[in-house]
Design a protein around this ligand. Structure first.
Ligand SMILES: [Zn+2]
Ligand SMILES: [Zn+2]
Ligand SMILES: [Zn+2]
Length: 312
């Protein structure tokens, strides 16, 4: 019998943090590049007038929902920097456990464009509302949808905090990987998965990205989340992403137990059937996406440093 060739049949990655499984099929990149319009950022038209703009939010009675907290200040000299509200369309049977957090008084801002002080206040409110739910015995799920393809129904920047009766399934899988002493996020990240090292956080690409240009913002310290470190990391990750892909929709998922971190997941591909079987696909080798993001993050850091020295 002729000797069988033993070629690997597929590049399959399994992520030790999320438990996700990814097939890397790089030959497809050229095919997808032929249809880039499928990936462009589209914003929802939303309700008119916008319920989250100051003109509506500062009315005595608003259409947005019952207010739960308000953070004053912000660089724009408005009356508030961020506001949380009970979601008028709750996700669970507990009507007090679904909140919307309006992240800015600026209709056209997002966490990649906001001033760091303002973004820190917004992230701080997301964390505060999550902690409020945790203290009420719920399991907070914290996420941001930006763009129609990411599930946003309003264009105004906002996040959601949902107090679930059970932990979310991904968080449950991640918990054993985040135990102090053998936490995968405390490990040194290999250079080919490192996008940027900031003051208090790193930006890395996952072992098994769920989509091309998937990133994780990982605070350096294993402990309670610091809003400013997270805001700085998320801002830098989003700017690097858009510098490489152009504006695309994205989701942020904030996991806040043990070693807090943020999944920065762009909608750079449509679901295609694999996902229903628990498989993700990447069309670009993760080392390549990581290198492209790292180059963009370096350029962004240089621009930020120049801007700060101009301001000083
Ligand atoms: Zn608005
Ligand atoms: Zn850790
Ligand atoms: Zn996570």
């Amino acid at each position: 019998l002729p000797a069988r060739r033993t070629e690997p049949s597929a590049d399959v990655r399994r992520d030790r943090l999320t438990g996700e499984t990814t097939l890397v099929v790089p030959e497809w990149e050229t095919a997808k590049a032929a249809n880039p319009s499928a990936l462009e950022l589209k914003m929802p038209s939303g309700t008119t007038p916008c319920p989250f703009c100051p003109a509506q939010m500062d009315q005595p009675v608003t259409s947005a929902g019952e207010e739960t907290a308000r953070v004053a200040g912000g660089s724009r000299q408005g009356s508030w920097a961020a506001v949380s509200l009970l979601n008028r369309w709750p996700h669970t049977l507990r009507r007090d456990a679904s909140e919307v957090v309006v992240l800015s008084d600026d209709h056209d801002a997002h966490l990649g464009s906001m001033d760091l002080d303002d973004a820190s206040l917004a992230v701080g409110l997301l964390l505060e509302r999550a902690e409020d739910q945790r203290q009420r015995g719920l399991h907070p799920l914290v996420f941001v949808n930006h763009g129609t393809d990411a599930g946003a129904s309003q264009p105004h920047p906002h996040g959601q905090v949902i107090g679930l009766p059970v932990p979310d399934p991904v968080g449950l899988v991640e918990a054993p990987a985040l135990v102090p002493g053998c936490c995968v996020l405390c490990e040194e990240t290999p250079e080919d998965r490192l996008v940027a090292r900031l003051g208090g956080a790193s930006i890395i690409t996952p072992e098994a990205p769920t989509v091309d240009y998937d990133q994780i913002v990982v605070p350096t310290i294993h402990g309670p989340a610091e809003p400013r470190e997270i805001a700085a990391g998320v801002g830098a990750a989003l700017r690097a992403l858009w510098a490489v892909t152009g504006p695309v929709s994205y989701n942020l998922v904030l996991h806040l137990v043990e070693h807090p971190h943020v999944h920065v997941t762009p909608r750079t591909a449509r679901h295609s059937g694999y996902e229903l079987a628990g498989l993700h696909t990447c069309y670009i080798p993760p080392t390549v996406t990581s290198a492209r993001l790292a180059e963009a993050a370096t350029a962004d850091a240089m621009r930020e440093a120049a801007r700060r020295s101009d301001a000083a």
